[in-house]
Design a protein around this ligand. Structure first.
Ligand SMILES: NC(=O)c1ccc[n+]([C@@H]2O[C@H](COP(=O)([O-])OP(=O)(O)OC[C@H]3O[C@@H](n4cnc5c(N)ncnc54)[C@H](OP(=O)(O)O)[C@@H]3O)[C@@H](O)[C@H]2O)c1
Length: 258
């Protein structure tokens, strides 16, 4: 029996590495998509050696339309699992940020998710089997700091929920993973200081991946990882939205991140 294939964007670091390791151990072959070729090759070698997976390395910058099209072609050729994980945030104020960086964020966090999902679904529906995991964030569920980042993740949640309705009663599942703070390179890359963040708010990559795949197995559409974030997001739904916004404004005060 050929092994099913999982294509993962952003596996060179953090959560994406966690997904790649887990799917390899679970018996999948992998297609790894990111910019850093050395890190892609190192991870591919590890997964071949330690999990016996066949691994394709597909270097791509998801801000680049030609690269996105190349990845979409690979997805269209057939994958059982698509993990739209690549993403990034920015720091600083919206109105002084480099506009090209804001557009790049939209390209990676939103356009790539839409394009690769669009490429994946026809073959998955033909096979009546497939899983798409779109990595969103608690920031997509609660109004707060980081306008463009939060908006991009709210888009991912809304997009996923809309498609989940359309895909009901098919063998294809689509899921939005909403983690809180995870120990990865994410904040350092964005230049966001996390000094003073209470330790109970930090999640570990392997726990988030485990929670996600448990949610997928139960066919949950929106998967919030970690009991602390489940409590926060439930409270966020019960409390009026303008109050949640005010609380977030107080908590995030002085960080200069819109
Ligand atoms: N860490 C958190 O607290 C947190 C919380 C909620 C949600 N998330 C979400 O979780 C996902 C994974 O983030 P992470 O925490 O694992 O961050 P990370 O450690 O910074 O990893 C980000 C990954 O995305 C890839 N990537 C970034 N820009 C790319 C581009 N233009 N083209 C292709 N790949 C690109 C990077 O690969 P290359 O640099 O090699 O291209 C890297 O593999 C993101 O969608 C993020 O928004 C993170």
């Amino acid at each position: 029996m050929p092994r099913p294939v999982a294509l993962i964007t952003g596996p060179t670091s953090g959560l994406g590495t966690g997904f790649a390791r887990r799917y390899a151990v679970d018996g999948y072959d992998l297609v790894l998509v990111a910019r850093d070729v050395d890190r892609l090759e190192r991870l591919a070698a590890e997964l071949r050696d330690e999990a016996g997976a066949a691994v394709e390395v597909l270097p791509a910058d998801l801000t680049d339309a030609a690269d996105r099209a190349k990845v979409a072609d690979r997805v269209r050729a057939g994958v059982r699992v698509l993990v739209n994980n690549a993403g990034f945030a920015t720091s600083g104020e919206f109105w002084t940020s480099d506009y090209t960086v804001l557009q790049a964020q939209l390209d990676v966090n939103v356009t790539a998710v839409m394009q690769l999902t669009h490429a994946a679904l026809p073959a998955m529906l033909d096979a009546d089997a497939g899983t798409i995991i779109n990595v969103a964030s608690v920031a997509g569920l609660l109004p707060g700091r980081g306008s463009t980042y939060s908006a991009s993740k709210a888009w991912v949640v809304s997009f996923t929920e809309g498609l989940a309705n359309g895909l009901a009663r098919t063998g294809v599942g689509i899921h939005a993973l909403c983690p809180g703070f995870i120990r990865t390179e994410f904040h350092e890359r964005a230049g966001i200081s996390m000094d003073g963040t209470p330790s109970f708010l930090w999640l570990e990559v392997d726990d988030v991946v485990r929670d996600c795949l448990a949610g997928v197995a139960k066919n949950k559409v929106v998967i919030v990882s970690g009991p602390q974030y489940k409590a926060l997001t439930i409270a966020g739904r019960l409390v009026p939205r303008n109050l949640v916004r005010r609380i977030n404004k107080t908590v995030g005060k002085g960080r200069g991140r819109t």
